[in-house]
Design a protein. Structure first.
Length: 201
Protein backbone atom coordinates (compact mmCIF):
# COMPACT_ATOMS: atom_id res chain seq x y z
CA UNK A 1 0.00 0.00 0.00
CA UNK A 2 2.87 2.38 0.83
CA UNK A 3 4.48 1.78 -2.59
CA UNK A 4 1.20 2.33 -4.40
CA UNK A 5 0.42 5.48 -2.45
CA UNK A 6 3.87 7.05 -2.86
CA UNK A 7 4.18 6.19 -6.54
CA UNK A 8 0.86 7.91 -7.26
CA UNK A 9 1.98 10.99 -5.30
CA UNK A 10 5.36 11.31 -7.01
CA UNK A 11 4.20 10.40 -10.52
CA UNK A 12 2.11 13.58 -10.60
CA UNK A 13 5.31 15.64 -10.87
CA UNK A 14 6.39 13.90 -14.08
CA UNK A 15 5.25 15.43 -17.38
CA UNK A 16 5.08 12.23 -19.37
CA UNK A 17 7.12 9.05 -18.93
CA UNK A 18 10.06 10.55 -20.83
CA UNK A 19 10.27 13.79 -18.84
CA UNK A 20 14.02 14.65 -18.90
CA UNK A 21 13.72 16.72 -15.69
CA UNK A 22 12.35 13.90 -13.51
CA UNK A 23 13.48 10.38 -12.73
CA UNK A 24 11.19 8.02 -10.84
CA UNK A 25 12.50 4.50 -10.31
CA UNK A 26 12.00 1.68 -7.80
CA UNK A 27 14.76 1.09 -5.25
CA UNK A 28 16.66 -2.13 -6.20
CA UNK A 29 16.18 -3.66 -2.74
CA UNK A 30 12.99 -2.27 -1.20
CA UNK A 31 11.24 -1.61 -4.55
CA UNK A 32 9.91 1.61 -3.01
CA UNK A 33 10.10 4.53 -5.44
CA UNK A 34 13.03 6.93 -5.53
CA UNK A 35 12.38 10.32 -7.08
CA UNK A 36 14.51 13.19 -8.35
CA UNK A 37 13.36 16.39 -10.02
CA UNK A 38 15.32 19.40 -11.27
CA UNK A 39 14.43 23.08 -10.93
CA UNK A 40 15.49 26.44 -12.35
CA UNK A 41 15.66 29.23 -9.76
CA UNK A 42 16.89 32.83 -9.83
CA UNK A 43 20.14 31.76 -8.16
CA UNK A 44 20.76 28.76 -10.40
CA UNK A 45 19.74 25.18 -10.95
CA UNK A 46 18.83 22.73 -8.21
CA UNK A 47 17.43 19.28 -7.64
CA UNK A 48 15.15 17.76 -5.05
CA UNK A 49 15.26 14.06 -4.29
CA UNK A 50 13.06 11.66 -2.32
CA UNK A 51 14.70 8.46 -1.07
CA UNK A 52 13.02 5.08 -0.80
CA UNK A 53 12.44 5.78 2.90
CA UNK A 54 10.71 9.10 2.16
CA UNK A 55 13.64 11.34 3.12
CA UNK A 56 13.88 14.58 1.14
CA UNK A 57 17.17 16.23 0.11
CA UNK A 58 17.95 19.33 -1.96
CA UNK A 59 21.17 20.50 -3.58
CA UNK A 60 22.56 22.66 -6.36
CA UNK A 61 23.38 26.34 -6.73
CA UNK A 62 19.70 27.23 -6.31
CA UNK A 63 19.10 25.10 -3.22
CA UNK A 64 18.55 28.09 -0.92
CA UNK A 65 15.53 29.12 -2.97
CA UNK A 66 14.13 25.61 -3.03
CA UNK A 67 14.47 25.40 0.77
CA UNK A 68 12.70 28.76 1.06
CA UNK A 69 9.81 27.44 -1.03
CA UNK A 70 9.33 24.66 1.56
CA UNK A 71 8.37 21.93 -0.95
CA UNK A 72 6.39 18.90 0.18
CA UNK A 73 6.89 16.30 -2.57
CA UNK A 74 5.55 13.36 -0.57
CA UNK A 75 2.42 15.20 0.60
CA UNK A 76 3.23 14.96 4.31
CA UNK A 77 1.23 18.13 4.95
CA UNK A 78 -1.74 17.02 2.87
CA UNK A 79 -4.82 16.07 4.84
CA UNK A 80 -7.67 14.08 3.37
CA UNK A 81 -11.20 14.92 4.45
CA UNK A 82 -13.48 11.94 4.07
CA UNK A 83 -16.41 12.49 1.75
CA UNK A 84 -19.96 11.34 2.23
CA UNK A 85 -20.31 9.66 -1.18
CA UNK A 86 -23.65 9.89 -2.92
CA UNK A 87 -22.63 7.33 -5.55
CA UNK A 88 -21.06 3.88 -5.29
CA UNK A 89 -18.25 4.83 -7.71
CA UNK A 90 -17.22 7.75 -5.50
CA UNK A 91 -17.30 5.40 -2.53
CA UNK A 92 -15.04 2.92 -4.34
CA UNK A 93 -12.59 5.63 -5.44
CA UNK A 94 -12.40 6.98 -1.91
CA UNK A 95 -11.74 3.48 -0.59
CA UNK A 96 -9.05 2.76 -3.22
CA UNK A 97 -7.33 6.13 -3.38
CA UNK A 98 -8.29 8.02 -0.22
CA UNK A 99 -4.87 7.25 1.25
CA UNK A 100 -3.01 8.94 -1.64
CA UNK A 101 -1.50 12.27 -0.61
CA UNK A 102 -1.08 15.24 -2.94
CA UNK A 103 2.48 16.55 -2.98
CA UNK A 104 3.57 20.14 -3.56
CA UNK A 105 6.74 21.08 -5.45
CA UNK A 106 5.97 24.80 -4.95
CA UNK A 107 7.79 25.36 -8.28
CA UNK A 108 5.33 27.79 -9.88
CA UNK A 109 7.59 28.52 -12.85
CA UNK A 110 7.73 24.90 -14.01
CA UNK A 111 4.02 24.38 -13.33
CA UNK A 112 3.16 27.41 -15.47
CA UNK A 113 5.29 26.13 -18.35
CA UNK A 114 3.81 22.63 -18.49
CA UNK A 115 0.26 23.96 -18.04
CA UNK A 116 0.77 26.27 -21.01
CA UNK A 117 2.27 23.54 -23.17
CA UNK A 118 -0.66 21.24 -22.45
CA UNK A 119 -3.26 23.59 -23.91
CA UNK A 120 -5.04 22.90 -27.20
CA UNK A 121 -2.88 19.95 -28.28
CA UNK A 122 -2.64 16.25 -27.49
CA UNK A 123 -0.79 15.02 -24.43
CA UNK A 124 1.78 13.25 -26.62
CA UNK A 125 2.54 16.47 -28.50
CA UNK A 126 2.86 18.47 -25.28
CA UNK A 127 5.23 15.91 -23.73
CA UNK A 128 7.40 15.90 -26.85
CA UNK A 129 7.54 19.71 -26.91
CA UNK A 130 8.52 19.78 -23.23
CA UNK A 131 11.41 17.36 -23.88
CA UNK A 132 12.67 19.41 -26.80
CA UNK A 133 12.43 22.68 -24.86
CA UNK A 134 14.34 21.26 -21.89
CA UNK A 135 17.18 19.93 -24.05
CA UNK A 136 17.40 23.15 -26.07
CA UNK A 137 16.93 25.80 -23.34
CA UNK A 138 17.69 23.94 -20.10
CA UNK A 139 20.99 22.48 -19.01
CA UNK A 140 22.30 19.13 -17.75
CA UNK A 141 22.74 18.81 -14.00
CA UNK A 142 24.26 16.03 -11.87
CA UNK A 143 21.74 14.54 -9.45
CA UNK A 144 21.57 11.41 -7.25
CA UNK A 145 19.66 9.79 -10.13
CA UNK A 146 22.32 10.64 -12.72
CA UNK A 147 22.44 13.51 -15.19
CA UNK A 148 19.04 15.13 -15.81
CA UNK A 149 18.01 18.22 -17.74
CA UNK A 150 16.67 21.31 -16.00
CA UNK A 151 13.54 23.10 -17.17
CA UNK A 152 14.21 25.90 -19.68
CA UNK A 153 15.99 28.73 -17.87
CA UNK A 154 13.69 31.77 -17.52
CA UNK A 155 16.30 34.08 -19.05
CA UNK A 156 16.60 31.80 -22.09
CA UNK A 157 12.86 31.84 -22.66
CA UNK A 158 12.55 35.57 -22.00
CA UNK A 159 14.88 36.51 -24.84
CA UNK A 160 13.14 34.35 -27.45
CA UNK A 161 10.75 35.61 -30.10
CA UNK A 162 7.55 33.58 -30.68
CA UNK A 163 8.66 32.40 -34.13
CA UNK A 164 11.80 30.87 -32.59
CA UNK A 165 9.67 28.39 -30.62
CA UNK A 166 7.90 27.24 -33.77
CA UNK A 167 10.71 24.73 -34.40
CA UNK A 168 9.51 22.91 -31.28
CA UNK A 169 5.97 22.72 -32.68
CA UNK A 170 4.76 25.57 -30.45
CA UNK A 171 2.46 28.01 -32.23
CA UNK A 172 2.48 31.79 -31.68
CA UNK A 173 -0.15 32.03 -28.94
CA UNK A 174 1.43 29.45 -26.61
CA UNK A 175 4.91 30.70 -27.50
CA UNK A 176 3.93 34.23 -26.49
CA UNK A 177 2.64 32.94 -23.13
CA UNK A 178 5.79 30.91 -22.47
CA UNK A 179 7.98 33.91 -23.21
CA UNK A 180 5.85 36.08 -20.92
CA UNK A 181 6.31 33.50 -18.13
CA UNK A 182 10.06 33.62 -18.68
CA UNK A 183 10.02 37.41 -18.40
CA UNK A 184 8.03 37.33 -15.16
CA UNK A 185 10.61 35.01 -13.60
CA UNK A 186 13.58 37.08 -14.73
CA UNK A 187 12.24 40.28 -13.15
CA UNK A 188 13.38 41.01 -9.63
CA UNK A 189 10.73 40.79 -6.93
CA UNK A 190 9.42 38.94 -3.92
CA UNK A 191 7.55 36.53 -6.22
CA UNK A 192 10.87 34.76 -6.91
CA UNK A 193 11.12 33.76 -3.25
CA UNK A 194 7.44 33.21 -2.52
CA UNK A 195 5.45 30.59 -4.46
CA UNK A 196 2.22 32.20 -3.24
CA UNK A 197 3.18 35.57 -4.76
CA UNK A 198 4.48 33.87 -7.91
CA UNK A 199 1.15 32.10 -8.34
CA UNK A 200 -0.69 35.42 -8.22
CA UNK A 201 1.62 36.91 -10.87
Amino acid sequence: MLFRSLIHTLRAFRFGAGDPTVRLTPHPVSCLPTFTSTMATKSGTAWISVSATGGVSVDGSGKSHVHAWNPDPTGVNDTFVSLDPAHHIVDRLQRDFGHVRIGASRDVYRAALVATLGQRITAAEAVNQWRRLCFALGEPIDTPAGVLQTPPAPENLAQMAPYQLHRFGIEASRATTLIAIGKVFTRAGAHLDSPDLAFRR
